[in-house]
Write a protein that binds this ligand. Structure first.
Ligand SMILES: [Zn+2]
Length: 76
């Protein structure tokens, strides 16, 4: 059997744990970057004048509130 000093064994243990953490972190970053899906072409908007919630087409700069017919900016 291979004999190693306790401090060498400790350094090997710490190095292996750091490699495991780095691998897990890299794997998680890779998986979360591939998981960005656009499920619908609509996004939920809230009218800034009457606070009516409606679905606006994603990517449009302006959307018209179906209740008060006012124009709202994207992401409101
Ligand atoms: Zn409105």
């Amino acid at each position: 059997m291979i004999e190693i000093a306790p401090d060498t064994a400790f350094l090997l243990y710490i190095g292996l744990m750091l490699l495991l953490l780095l691998g897990t972190w890299t794997y998680h970053l890779y998986r979360s970057s591939k998981r960005k899906l656009v499920l619908t072409e609509y996004e939920l908007s809230v009218c800034e004048y009457c606070h009516f919630a409606y679905l606006a087409t994603r990517g449009d700069k302006l959307s018209r509130c179906p209740q008060c017919k006012a124009l709202n900016k994207e992401g409101r």
